[in-house]
Structure formats: C-alpha cells, structure tokens
Design a protein around this ligand. Structure first.
Ligand SMILES: Cc1cc2nc3c(=O)[nH]c(=O)nc-3n(C[C@H](O)[C@H](O)[C@H](O)COP(=O)(O)OP(=O)(O)OC[C@H]3O[C@@H](n4cnc5c(N)ncnc54)[C@H](O)[C@@H]3O)c2cc1C
Length: 374
C-alpha cells in the first residue's frame, strides 16, 4: 500500500505521461510543462538513465552531406530536400541556443564528406556542386560547402581523392547534451521516473491506463509515445523499423590530425575525433537484415569493416587500440520524415528520427507538445 505522501507526490495521476526519456521525450515534456506550468508531467524511462539512441549516437551536429542531399533531391525533389535541410539547420540552432554550446560540448571544427579515389561518388557531386550551393544559400545565407582537397593530408587521411567541407557543422558530446537536458527538465518541474518500463496502454473515454513492468498501473489524461526504435513494442502497427548502428572508439592516438565530423562512402560510414581518439560507426549496409533489430550488440562482419577503414583510410600506418565498442537502436520510417501524429483522442506519437535526431529532435518535440494541446 502506498502512503498518502507517496501517492500524492511520487505516484500522482499525471496530466501528461511521456514514455521514453530520449532527446524527444525530454524536450516534449519540457515544452508541455512550459505551456502548462500547472500540469503534472511525468517521463517514464525504462533505463536507469536515458538508454536509447540519444546516448549511443556519434554526436554529429549535421544537416546532410552533399552526396546525401543530391540523392534526396533525385528521389523526392528539390523542395522536399530543402525543407528537410532547413528543419535540421533550425533544429541545430534551437538546440544550441536552448542548452548552450559549452553544455552540449559543441565544437565548431566543421563537417566533411570524403570520397575515395576512383569512385563515381565525387563526379556526381562535382557536376552539381555549384547548383547545390545555390539552392542551399537562402537557408544558410552563405555558401555552405567548399571543396578543400588540401585538407586530406592535413587530416592524415589516405586513399581519399576529394574532400568537401562546411564550417557550419561539427561534433558534440551527446552525454553532456543529455545530462544537461535532463537536469533542465527536472529543474523546470517535470518528474523523471527511471527504471519504469511501460508494457501496454489502454485508452478509455476518461483517460489512459499504462501498465508497467513489475509496478502499479499509472493513469493519466494524455500520453506522448517517444520510444523511437522501440515504438512497435507498444504500437505494433506503426511503420517505425528498428535499425542498429554499431560504433567503436579508439584510445587516444598520439599526434592525431583528424578534427571535425566526416562522412565516407555515401554516408555508410562516419567518424570524428573525440578525446584524442577516433570514434567511428556505420557499415549497416553490409547486413541490413541482420541490423534490423532492437537487440544491442556488435558483429564481426561490421567491426572488421570499421577496423579496416581505420587501418586503410583514417589512421594509415599508425598503431591504434580499440577502447570501446557499442551499439544503439535508431527508428526508421518509410520516408526520411519522422512520424509526429495524434494517433487517437489521448495518444500522440513522435518517433522514427533515423540518423538525424540530434538535429531534429528539439523540433520534433515542439510539434509533439503542440499536438498534445489540440
Ligand atoms: C549509432 C548511432 C549513431 C547516431 N549518430 C547520430 C548523429 O551523429 N547525429 C544525429 O543527429 N543523430 C544520430 N543518431 C540518431 C539519433 O541518436 C536519434 O535519432 C535520436 O537520439 C532519437 O531520439 P529519441 O528520443 O527519439 O529516441 P531514443 O534516444 O532512442 O529514446 C527512446 C527512449 O525510450 C525508452 N523506452 C523505449 N521503450 C520504452 C518503454 N516501453 N517504456 C519506457 N521507456 C522506453 C528507451 O529506453 C529510450 O531511452 C545516431 C543513432 C545511432 C544509434
């Protein structure tokens, strides 16, 4: 039996429950609380702290490399591509202004796309380079991408024929970002309940009842489901597929020349410097079926490909040791746009941010919070 004190202050019937304490869930809770300071807002997170993609990612504050943007333009048209870039760019600016560059560990060291020798990738980009910059200029107010092949040696890379960079991107510290955000959310009056896994929802005309693993049911008026790659566990009919991303990080490498964020091989691989070492991820394209999973873990096939890239392109001739390997689960939608919608009278879903949640998470949450009010 709960005491009166427990039930009033730690197990209240909240006005709003947000399921999932990643970047989207935390910002959704924060924005709702700001709109309705008198509402009790609770975030239920199954981990002891946020344990989803928001704390497993590579920490690229980026809006899309030239080859990705051109491929999007060919697939969906120029307007759709530009709208997506604008969303990402505005998201990054909002994130940096809401939390502060130093509190998210943002480093303005630039974003880069590199093209291996003898691939068609660069020719396709070079042919439309000026046109792409012209299209993007109204969003950024300046030329976004510049060709800078001389930087290849400066960064110590080999096997690379061409390099394109933008000064507007850079790496950040995802752990610092998330702990700053969590502190802010709690300071502004949101209750964060870790170790609370929601196992089911039942909606009635009077509210929603949430069952929790090993705990008491929680009743609330409205729910925001922000569970990204895990969303199908609660809403099996939603088209958000889990997609595992594997990452490794080397110990510090003496004299490391690499600075900034890098996309390689049409974005299938990505790497950056962090704490004097290299953080590298990708290779999902080598086993798309196997990597469509909510299970964390690493495979020999992909880890070998990552280490091969370290040896042949990123750290040629330099000894390195792997300090850590991890993985995270993304949520993928059929298009590159996330699902942000009201599923029913009392349930809003915001999920499926793909590989861009750092950039768009804050704006996805703003829209989810607005939907809770409609
Ligand atoms: C390896 C990797 C690299 C990436 N690199 C980048 C990058 O460099 N730049 C970028 O912009 N994006 C990157 N992303 C994508 C980005 O991390 C995600 O888009 C973003 O973090 C999604 O945020 P979210 O809040 O929607 O989901 P998550 O952070 O996954 O949060 C969902 C939360 O819900 C919780 N949860 C799930 N089910 C339940 C339940 N039933 N009950 C209670 N809690 C539950 C989970 O524990 C989790 O904490 C990367 C992702 C991965 C995996």
């Amino acid at each position: 039996m709960l005491s009166i004190w427990e039930s009033e202050h730690f197990h209240p019937q909240p006005d709003i429950v947000v399921i999932g304490g990643g970047i989207v869930g935390l910002f959704t809770a924060l924005f709702h609380k700001r709109r309705h300071p008198d509402h009790s807002v609770v975030v239920l997170e199954r981990g002891a702290h946020p344990i989803g993609a928001s704390v497993k990612n590579a920490g690229f504050a980026c809006f899309g490399s030239p080859s990705e943007l051109l491929a999007d333009m060919d697939k969906e048209g120029e307007d759709a591509m530009l709208a997506r870039v604008e969303e990402r760019w505005k998201g990054l600016l909002e994130l940096r202004s809401e939390l502060g560059d130093s509190r998210i560990g943002f480093e303005a060291t630039g974003g880069h796309e590199i093209y291996p020798w003898h691939t068609k990738g660069y020719t396709a980009v070079a042919d439309r380079f000026n046109a792409l910059n012209d299209s993007l200029r109204p969003i950024f107010g300046e030329q976004v991408f510049v060709q800078d092949d001389e930087a290849i040696t400066r960064f110590g890379l080999t096997g690379v024929g061409h390099l394109v960079r933008t000064r507007l991107e850079g790496p950040l510290d995802s752990g610092r970002l998330m702990s700053t955000l969590l502190r802010k959310v709690v300071a502004e009056g949101v209750l964060f309940r870790p170790l609370t896994e929601v196992t089911g929802l039942e909606e009635t005309p009077r509210g929603v009842s949430l069952s929790t693993k090993g705990g008491q049911p929680i009743r609330t008026a409205m729910v925001a489901i922000c569970t990204n790659g895990y969303t199908r566990e609660l809403m099996p009919d939603l088209p958000v597929a889990p997609a595992r991303g594997q990452v490794l990080k080397t110990f510090p490498v003496p004299g490391l020349k690499l600075r900034g964020t890098f996309h390689y091989d049409e974005g299938y691989f990505y790497f950056r410097d962090h704490a004097g070492g290299v953080l590298l991820g990708g290779g999902r394209n080598l086993d798309l079926i196997g990597e469509t999973t909510t299970e964390e873990g690493s495979t020999e096939l992909i880890q070998d490909a990552l280490e091969h890239l370290l040896r042949t392109v990123i750290l040629p001739g330099q000894p390195f040791k792997i300090e850590r390997r991890w993985s995270g689960i993304m949520g993928m939608c059929p298009t590159k746009s996330p699902i942000i919608e009201r599923r029913s009278e009392r349930i809003v879903v915001a999920a499926g941010l793909g590989g861009m949640g750092v950039a768009i998470g804050i704006r996805v949450a703003r829209r989810a919070a607005a939907l809770l009010d409609q």
